[in-house]
Design a protein around this ligand. Sequence first.
Ligand SMILES: N[C@@H](CCC(=O)N[C@@H](CS)C(=O)NCC(=O)O)C(=O)O
Length: 262
Amino acid sequence: MELYHSNMSVCAQKVRLVLREKKLSPVEHHLNLRSGDQTRPEYLRFNPNGVVPTLVVDGQPIVESTVICEYLDDSYPDPPLRPRDPMVRAAMRLWAMVPDTSLHSACLVISFAIAYRHQMLALPQEEINRQLAEKPDPTNREYQRQTIVHGIDAPCVADSIRVYDRVLTRMSKQLEVSPWLAGDQYSLADTALLPYVSRLEDLNLSWLWDGNRVSIGRWLNRAKGRANYGGIADYRDEAYVELMKRSGSEAGAKIKAILIQR
Ligand SMILES: N[C@@H](CCC(=O)N[C@@H](CS)C(=O)NCC(=O)O)C(=O)O
């Protein structure tokens, strides 16, 4: 089994949480997303979307982190990460869908608008243009273009912050009544959402769960106490984290202003 991934990628973190839970250690290939490794022809053969992660099993690629996690739970059912009860399993699936339907795009926009744009702006303009032109998904390309140029003032940012805010409210309500998102058992619901909350913490935005959303901070701490959190913690790139923390603090006031306007 081989994993093509990137250390700070939220989708790769999601898959690594599951791999660690199952005590699996695939051969790892690290892609540098700021050098455009994800759109090189040899990688596009595996993942035509030009994104990480991709799991390759016996030469066959599996793309999409949510699908990879389900594949891993199907193939290595012990310990199980999907609840047995069909109704609880449905709830788990609804949580696991949240990144795919809205939160991942919001995370991409916020991460670029606050932090990653600075890494891109350090490159020559022709290299930025080359990397953008090679992105297969036009929406992803446009979000990255806007946020590299305009940062937090890019038109797509305010809605992305509101998307995140709504998800946090839903999560906090659930976590007031159960320790994990789909109830009493840690599941693919938690592995799906943890990287997105951890990203906010890295961006110095954990104040988003102060006050009436403290159940999120407690859930995050509970998750950090589990051995599989190494799937996030052991891959931290300190240069990225330092940039995220610094630029996230600078962005805090604007984000608060956006949330007040809602
Ligand atoms: N829906 C995909 C999204 C994958 C994705 O967007 N991955 C990001 C990192 S978290 C990526 O590779 N970005 C590189 C780029 O956009 O150029 C999944 O869940 O696997």
